[in-house]
Design a protein. Structure first.
Ligand code: ADP
Length: 498
């Protein structure tokens, strides 16, 4: 038919029309074959590029075209300089040069559409792989231990590559050690001798003795000497691996290396944290022990000084006994502060809160600190004020404020307990040296002292307010101050009511 009438020149247009929207490479091939059959009235078969009968005729083809080969005409579709597919048209008569030219153009157009479809397919494949990798990343980047991670990686890689067996190796010097593996039941073992030493390991897509295929990818762990720290992922399956598989394998091992590095970093920081916590605990214990063991001897020293004063010492001896008593009290206070500081710093700092009457509590605290000197004026409500609080810790905070007010002023001081805005407020007011405005926040920091207290040589450590604020904070309250230098200060503890 071709010989008699020749090919209609619209064949090319029809092929173009039929292929216009086709994106699937296999469908492109099937369509070209069917349009050729329809238009020529001859059988058209599709041959692989590697087919022997094809190679003989058009092996050298780097461009698409049509060739006469015995009783057939071969149309070569070429993509990226390689024959991808060959359409074989049966013929029983000669084709004119014009027919062959038209068939050559059909081959060229088929090549173009096929190449587009392949590129599109690859993009889609990349997108699918990208989504799968992102999903894998979500799973494996959360691991904090190597063993379960290695098991998860092997399992994922087995699924990713449809493999019968997948093994993750870690390299220690020249040795390779399996870190984790995953296999289908009955899967054969990895070949005993993988080409591990060679640089080719990174690119190896090879076959085992029994015809199975395996692929290897090098794991390069970031931040380390590659030879020491690298590893290897090996996957094995019946179907051969292709270039696309290797690209995915490379992405997968990059992700795996990141996940392994993550685990290592996590372990490092966990180790550092543990060491830090241990040394902190040791420091806290040491401080608590010192502070605690100071108190016993100090109480004895203070007690004897009081006895000597009561016995009626006079003159130099009396003033020496007064000094011993004052200094031993100071040391006692210091050791109490140190003890409180150590306990607020320890991880287990907590309160033992019970709802109780704050009025009675404040009355007791003031009476103890005032010790009959009459320097503290107290105003409290007539009704009980119920607040959940830790008696001994809050006592420590309140005493710190009272002792400071007495220390930093020579005039009497005022203490007032009242309720405002659903808060119980303990106010300690003095008319002493006050605090320079710029240094107000500093006095609540650890060891923080104001310059005027230092300059005027008031003894102190800068621990008391820091501890007091911590204690009030953990009660869910606030410790604040209003002060004017040279005029005086009012410290306020605000606590939520019961
Ligand atoms: P310390 O009194 O032992 O130095 P504190 O932590 O109790 O430590 O107080 C921190 C600093 O706050 C003091 O050094 C002082 O500068 C200032 N301060 C505290 N209470 C008063 C007060 N009532 N009047 C003036 N300054 C004060």
């Amino acid at each position: 038919m071709i010989a008699r009438k020749g090919l209609r020149s619209e064949v090319l247009e029809r092929v173009m029309l039929a292929l216009a929207d086709e994106r699937d490479p296999q469908a492109v091939v099937a369509l070209v074959a069917s349009v050729l059959e329809r238009e020529t009235g001859r059988r058209c078969s599709v041959l692989e590029a590697g087919d022997e009968s094809v190679r003989r005729h058009i092996d050298a083809a780097r461009l698409p075209g049509a060739w006469t080969a015995g009783a057939r005409v071969l149309l070569a579709a070429v993509v990226d300089g390689e024959i991808r597919v060959v359409f074989a048209l049966e013929r029983d008569d000669e084709l004119s040069a014009k027919d062959m030219r038209i068939l050559g153009l059909v081959a060229a157009h088929a090549s173009l559409v096929l190449s587009n479809a392949l590129a599109f397919d690859q993009l889609r494949q990349h997108a699918v792989e990208g989504a799968a990798l992102a999903e894998a990343a979500r799973t494996i980047l959360g691991f904090t231990e190597l063993k379960p991670l290695a098991a998860a990686l092997s399992g994922l890689s087995r699924r990713f590559f449809n493999a019968e067996r997948s093994v993750l190796y870690g390299r220690a010097g020249d040795e390779l050690r399996s870190l984790g593996s995953a296999a289908l039941p009955g899967a054969p073992p990895m070949p005993a001798r993988l080409p591990l030493e060679s640089a080719a390991a990174e690119e190896a897509l090879a076959a085992t003795g029994d015809g199975r295929a395996f692929a290897l990818a090098q794991l390069r762990l970031p931040g380390h000497d590659a030879s020491e720290r690298s590893g290897l992922l090996a996957v094995m399956r019946p179907a051969p691996f292709e270039k696309g598989d290797h690209r995915l394998l490379e992405s997968f091992v990059t992700l795996a290396a990141l996940a392994i590095r993550n685990v290592e970093l996590y372990e490092q920081s966990a180790r550092a944290n543990r060491a830090l916590a241990e040394s902190n605990a040791f420091k806290d214990d040491l401080m608590a022990m010192f502070a605690h063991d100071f108190k016993g001897p100090l109480t004895v020293i203070g007690g004897f000084a009081e006895l000597m004063i009561e016995d009626g010492l006079e003159g130099d001896q009396r003033s020496a006994a007064d000094t011993i008593l004052a200094q031993s009290r100071r040391l006692t206070k210091l050791s109490e502060d140190a003890l409180a500081l150590a306990s607020t710093q320890s991880a287990g700092f907590s309160l033992d809160r019970t709802p109780d009457d704050l009025v009675q509590f404040v009355v007791e605290a003031v009476a103890d600190v005032d010790a009959g000197s009459g320097r503290i004026a107290l105003a409290v409500p007539s009704e009980p004020v119920l607040v959940p609080f830790d008696r001994s810790r809050l006592r420590h905070a309140v005493e710190n404020l009272l002792v400071n007010a007495l220390k930093y002023s020579s005039a009497p001081i005022q203490v007032r307990l009242h309720v405002a805005n659903a808060e119980a407020r303990i106010e300690v007011r003095d008319w002493g040296i006050g605090i320079p405005a710029a240094e107000i926040e500093r006095i609540f920091t650890r060891f923080g002292r104001a310059s005027n207290a230092r300059d005027r040589r008031f003894a102190g450590t800068g621990i008391g307010l820091y501890v007091a604020r911590k204690i009030v904070d953990v009660h869910g309250g606030r410790l604040t101050v209003a002060s004017l230098e040279g005029e005086g200060s009012t410290f306020t503890i605000g606590l939520p009511l019961y």
